[in-house]
Design a binder for this molecule. Structure first.
Ligand code: F6P
Length: 363
C-alpha cells in the first residue's frame, strides 16, 4: 500500500452549508491522527491547473470553521479540467487541462486528493482517478438527490431555511387571504419542496416527480375557500415541469418568460387567472445554500471528514464515503454518479402528505 505523506482537498460544484465542517474534520484527522500534510486546492480543480492557487492547511487554518457556511477553499461549477472554458481575445475556447492536473498533483507530492462535491464533481474526480490520480470522494448537495448515500450534508440546513420561510409566509398569506407561491431549490428532485412543504404546513406541494395540472390546484384552492380557508400556500420545487399550455398562455400575455423564478411566476400567473385570487411569489434561491450549518449537518460533515481520511489510510482510492443505515460506509464513486435519488410518488412520505390533505396537483 502507498505510504501516505501528503493529501490535497478541494470543493467543487455549488457550495453548501457543512463544506467547511468537512474540511475542518479532514484536516484535523489527517494531521492529528495520521501526521500527514494537507494542501488546500482552491476553486474546485482550478488549483491543480494553476498550482499557485494552492496552500498548505494547518490546524490553525481550520480553527473556527465548524459553524461557517460556504467553503474557505472556494468552488466553481464551471471548472471541468477535461473541457475548460477560457476566453481568448473575446472568443470562448475549450481546453483539456487533465494532463496538467495529474502532472501538478505529482509535482506537489499529493498521494491522494479528497474531492468534496455532487454528481458532476464526483464524475470529474473519477475520471481523474482513471487517469492515474488517487482520488476519494465526499458526497455533497443541498438537493439530497445523490443515490449512494441516505442523506447529504447541507440538505437539513436548507430544509430549516425553507421551513422558516414558509412559516413566515403563513401569517401574511392568512392576513391578506392570498395564494402564496414559494419556490425552493431542487433542480431535478423534489426533496426540499416535499419535506419543507410538510414541515412548514404548505397546502400544495409541486415536485418534478409528480406531473400537475393548474385546474386541479384551482379546484383545491376553491374548496378550501368554501371551507373557510381563504389562503393557500403552494410550495414549488424549481425543477417542476410546467404544463405546456401554462407556458404558452404566459408568453401570449407577457410577451416573454421571466428571467428568474420562471417556474413560480408561470404557476402563480396561471393560478391567479383560474382561481381568481390574488397571488404573490417568493423565490428563496441561494438563501438556501448559505448560512451556518444545522447541528445535524455539522455532525454529518464531521463524520464524513473523519471517515474520508480513514478511507485514504485504508488505500480506498476511487471510493466515496456515504451514510447507510445511519453508519459511515465506503462505496465506489461509480455507484453514486449518473443516477438520481428521486422522490417516490407512491412512497410513504408523499402518501402521508396526501393523507393530511396536502395536494400535489395531480388529481
Ligand atoms: O444542485 C444544487 C443547486 O442548489 C440546485 O438546487 C440549483 O438549481 C443549483 O444548485 C443552482 O446553481 P447555481 O449556484 O449555479 O445557480
Amino acid at each position: 500500500m502507498t505510504q501516505i505523506r501528503k493529501i490535497g482537498i478541494c470543493t467543487g460544484g455549488g457550495d453548501c452549508p457543512g463544506l467547511n465542517a468537512v474540511i475542518r474534520a479532514a484536516v484535523k484527522t489527517a494531521i492529528l491522527k495520521y501526521r500527514w500534510d494537507v494542501i488546500g486546492i482552491r476553486d474546485g480543480f482550478d488549483g491543480l491547473i494553476w498550482p499557485e492557487k494552492t496552500r498548505p492547511l494547518t490546524i490553525n487554518d481550520v480553527s473556527g470553521l465548524l459553524p461557517r457556511g460556504g467553503t474557505i477553499l472556494g468552488t466553481t461549477n464551471r471548472g471541468n479540467p477535461f473541457a475548460y472554458k477560457l476566453q481568448n481575445d473575446g472568443q470562448e475556447i475549450v481546453r483539456d487541462f487533465s494532463d496538467d492536473v495529474i502532472r501538478n498533483a505529482k509535482a506537489m507530492g499529493l498521494d491522494c486528493l479528497i474531492v468534496i462535491g455532487g454528481d458532476g464533481t464526483q464524475k470529474l474526480g473519477l475520471d481523474l482517478y482513471k487517469k492515474g490520480l488517487p482520488v476519494v470522494g465526499v458526497p455533497k448537495t443541498i438537493d439530497n438527490d445523490l443515490c449512494a448515500t441516505e442523506v447529504t450534508f447541507g440538505f437539513d440546513t436548507a430544509l430549516h431555511t425553507a421551513t422558516d420561510a414558509i412559516d413566515k409566509i403563513h401569517t401574511t398569506a392568512e392576513s391578506h387571504h392570498r395564494v402564496m407561491v414559494v419556490e425552493v431549490m431542487g433542480r431535478d428532485a423534489g426533496w426540499i419542496a416535499l419535506e419543507a412543504g410538510i414541515a412548514g404546513g404548505a397546502h400544495v406541494i409541486l415536485i418534478p416527480e409528480i406531473p400537475f395540472q393548474i385546474d386541479n390546484i384551482c379546484r383545491f384552492i376553491n374548496q378550501r375557500h368554501i371551507f373557510g380557508k381563504k389562503f393557500t400556500i403552494v410550495c414549488v420545487a424549481e425543477g417542476v415541469h410546467v404544463p405546456e399550455d401554462v407556458e404558452r398562455q404566459y408568453r401570449e400575455k407577457h410577451g416573454d418568460l421571466p428571467r428568474s423564478g420562471a417556474v413560480s411566476n408561470l404557476i402563480a400567473d396561471a393560478i391567479g387567472e383560474c382561481a381568481k385570487k390574488e397571488v404573490r411569489v417568493t423565490v428563496l434561491g441561494h438563501i438556501q445554500r448559505g448560512g451556518s450549518p444545522s447541528p445535524f449537518d455539522r455532525i454529518l460533515s464531521t463524520r464524513f471528514g473523519v471517515a474520508v481520511v480513514d478511507l485514504i489510510a485504508q488505500g480506498g482510492f476511487g471510493k466515496m464515503v456515504a451514510l447507510r443505515d445511519s453508519r459511515m460506509k465506503f462505496v465506489e464513486i461509480s455507484e453514486a454518479i449518473g443516477k438520481m435519488k428521486a422522490v417516490d410518488p407512491n412512497g410513504e412520505l408523499v402518501q402521508a402528505a396526501k393523507s393530511i390533505d396536502i395536494h400535489f396537483g395531480d388529481d
